[in-house]
Design a protein around this ligand. Structure first.
Ligand code: SAM
Length: 274
């Protein structure tokens, strides 16, 4: 084997957990395509200001400012180290005129301060499930509503299906490593579950609990009701089409008709009620 090939082999010692995470669970191009398409369809104009809540490495914010010169992004996250990684990797890779249209703020999404007047606010990768109490989730939704322009739209992703309520561990092969998703000790009384992302490598090494989440598993009817109570409407679920082989086709359409699958991912589009 050549020296170059040897060096590129991933192991638990040389891999970067943020890079592995992004490769395994993010597709920011598709996410931004969806937000752009739906906003334009509903508002008959292109969105310009976007706030990425729970932004982590700000991968989506970077994609947003790359799209158009008129786009501005604000990322909020409480974790300084993750924001630093995003600054050093994604923001550093932007051209200066793109870089100056992104700001990252180390801030709790419940206290967004001046991060207001947004066309769109995004809460992706189910991050808002860190709020366990209904009252706290409502406080968050109300705060998002206040941070939107009068015709602004709140985009959330959501996962569900019978598997969401089970203790499971599933693996997905990625290029050079294996992604492992674990739901541990789901409590049907409180809805609380601990979730972990682990990574496994071809040399047998493992990165255990590279990411940990303490979540409440919510249901779509609960979220739709709560968003409406928080001043949003219409609140619309965009359900993924079928690929004909038991999987999704990546095309999400508005509907009130879901399907009782073992697992699904969808988007919730919550328009600020005027
Ligand atoms: C699941 S990651 C999501 C990263 C990214 N948004 C994505 O789509 O993959 C959750 C992120 O939320 C951040 N976080 C958790 N609670 C928060 C809060 N109250 N306010 C702001 N950020 C928070 C964590 O630091 C972490 O970076």
């Amino acid at each position: 084997m050549s020296r170059k090939k040897k060096q590129s082999r991933l192991t638990a010692r040389n891999a970067d957990r943020h890079a592995l995470y992004e490769q395994s669970v993010q597709n920011v191009e598709a996410e931004v395509d969806f937000v752009d398409r739906v906003f334009k369809k509903l508002r008959k104009r292109k969105a310009s200001t976007l706030r990425e809540d729970f932004c982590g490495t700000a991968n989506t914010s970077a994609e947003w400012v790359r799209r158009r010169k008129t786009n501005f992004a604000t990322g909020l996250d409480i974790d300084a180290a993750t924001l630093k990684w995003g600054t050093e990797h994604h923001l550093a890779a932007l051209k200066p005129h793109q870089r100056e249209r992104v700001r990252l703020l180390q801030r709790d999404v419940l206290e967004p301060g001046d991060a207001r007047d947004m066309d769109c606010i995004l809460a992706m990768n189910f991050s808002y499930w860190c709020f366990h109490e209904r009252a706290t989730m409502k406080r968050y939704f109300e705060s998002v509503r206040k941070s939107l322009k009068p015709d602004g739209i709140f985009f959330l992703d959501f996962y569900g299906g019978s598997e969401a309520f089970l203790d499971i561990e599933e693996e997905r092969k990625q290029k050079g490593f294996t992604y492992v998703w674990e739901q541990d000790k789901f409590n049907p009384i409180t809805g609380r579950v601990r979730c972990y992302i682990h990574f496994k490598f071809p040399d047998g090494s493992r990165m255990k609990r590279a990411f940990s989440y303490d979540w409440r598993v919510w249901t779509l009817p609960e979220m739709r009701d709560l968003l409406e109570e928080s001043g949003f409407g219409p609140v619309t679920v965009y359900w993924e089409g079928d690929d004909g082989q038991g999987g999704g086709n990546g095309v999400f359409r508005p509907t009130l008709r879901g399907e009782a699958c073992e697992s699904f991912v969808c988007y919730i589009v919550a328009e600020r009620a005027r």
